[in-house]
Design a protein. Structure first.
Ligand code: AMP
Ligand code: GLY
Length: 424
């Protein structure tokens, strides 16, 4: 069958790379894709928020499965629109996608489904929210309800900081409509991990644990980014705890949505914090994490297309996941200045040398191909991903490969995976 992948990041390159290995696949189209996906299929310049354009493309190319990378098209109803045309889509409908698209919706659903999460209140009125902030102890967390490109969460250490965040969101409307409603949450403490599951609406299959590195600087300092690296498994969530944890954070949501007649098909991603009171859900995402997807897919032995079709056709209970025993690590190479202003258009060298090791794969994120050179075209440029017998070996292999790559202003964190090493 022909497959359409929606998105343009490192996640989508790794999806295309894994999907290409399936004997079920004829042609791969990527909308809009990047310099890496161009070598695996055909990039088509339709943007991820152009729902009618994506549906038309799927019809025109006789697509047998649409695989959606980012959350935006799901929140905008791409899965529902494809459903109306009888085109199978891996990714939930707009209702269930509110788990990511609206933090208030997500918290209310968690409360109804009795999922462990931080205490919270939802406000639509600035004055009432401000009064609440005055009465509370700190730290407190202020969150814009809607999608805010990962910038809508402020962990405030005092009233002044919390009020400023609230004012930015509700009065200055720096996130537009996304900040009209805010969620104010108790602050939790602990280590974070990502826990992802394939879901067919009723059953689920767990992927191994992983951990992202959101801050730009080493030792988790500086501003938040889209993610500077990831590794799997994350010892903070060991394999012997997967089932128990899934019963707390995955199963109740899947069951609750099924009972509401809104079955969740796709990837459910629980962002967890391991507190002294056990795991709590910080957020749900309705898609693969980026960069968690890269090491996870390198560790996945099973045919990804077969699993995705089982999700869409609701027959996941007949499928098992084969995972390679090796650890996986992804180090993101970013452009100088990211996550603020950065330059584009620099020539990238050394990717082929980095990939000479068969356990290394360089996934493109912000790149383009000008016919002869691969150029930088985004903030997160490449995700160098490697497997190893253990985490230490995977980390060493990853950095050896990363050091073979070069472009002007290249930056990477040197401590990806260290937290996992300290635990093993
Ligand atoms: P979110 O987009 O909800 O995952 O929030 C982004 C980041 O903010 C998380 O990865 C945490 O580091 C932090 N965060 C979110 N909620 C809380 C909370 N209730 N307590 C402490 N930190 C939080
Ligand atoms: N890596 C975090 C995310 O994809 O949201």
């Amino acid at each position: 069958m022909n497959i359409l992948i929606v998105g343009s990041g490192g996640r989508e390159h790794s999806l295309a790379w894994k999907i290409k290995q399936s004997p079920k696949v004829k042609e791969i189209y990527i909308a809009p894709g990047n310099g890496g996906t161009a070598s695996l299929g055909q990039n088509i310049p339709v943007s991820v928020d152009d729902i009618p354009g994506l549906v038309a493309l799927a019809r025109e190319k006789n697509i047998g499965l649409v695989v959606v990378g980012p959350e935006l098209p799901l929140v905008l109803g791409l899965s529902d629109a494809l459903d109306r045309e009888n085109i199978p889509c891996f990714g939930p409908g707009a209702y269930a996608a509110q788990l990511e698209g609206s933090k208030a919706f997500s918290k209310f659903l968690m409360a109804e489904a009795e999922v462990p999460t931080a205490g919270f209140k939802v406000f639509e009125d600035f004055a009432l929210a401000e009064e609440y902030l005055k009465a509370r102890d700190y730290p407190l967390v202020v969150k814009a309800d809607g999608l805010a490109a990962g910038k809508g969460v402020v962990v405030a250490t005092d009233f002044a900081e919390a009020r400023e965040a609230l004012h930015d969101m509700m009065v200055k409307q720096v996130f537009g409509k996304a900040g009209e409603t805010v969620v104010i949450e108790d602050a939790l403490q602990g280590e974070e991990a990502s826990f992802l599951a394939f879901c067919d609406g009723h059953d689920y299959l767990l992927l191994p644990s992983s951990q992202d590195h959101k801050r730009i600087g080493e030792n988790d300092t500086g501003p938040n980014t889209g993610g500077m690296g990831a590794y799997s498994p994350a010892p903070v969530l060991p394999q012997e705890k997967y089932e128990e944890t899934a019963h707390q954070v995955i199963r109740p949501i899947i069951q609750h949505l099924a009972e509401m007649g809104r079955p969740f098909k796709g990837i459910l991603y629980a962002g967890l914090m391991f507190t002294q009171y056990g795991p709590k859900v910080l957020e749900y995402n309705v898609r693969f994490g980026d960069p968690e997807c890269q090491p996870l897919l390198m560790r996945l032995e099973s045919d990804l297309v077969e699993i995705m079709l089982a999700c869409v056709e609701q027959r996941l209970k007949d499928v098992t996941l084969k995972i390679r025993p090796e650890a996986g690590v992804c180090v993101v190479l970013s452009a100088d200045g990211y996550p603020k202003q950065y330059k584009k258009g620099h020539v990238i060298t050394g990717i082929d040398e980095a990939e000479k090791d068969s356990l290394v794969k360089v996934f493109h994120a912000g790149t383009s191909f000008d016919g002869s050179n691969i150029l930088t075209s985004g903030g997160r440029v490449l995700g160098v991903t490697a497997l190893g017998q253990n985490l230490q070996e995977a980390i060493s292999r990853c950095y050896t490969a990363a050091d073979r790559i070069n472009f002007q202003g290249m930056y990477m964190r040197r401590d990806i995976g260290q937290k996992g090493l300290e635990k093993t």
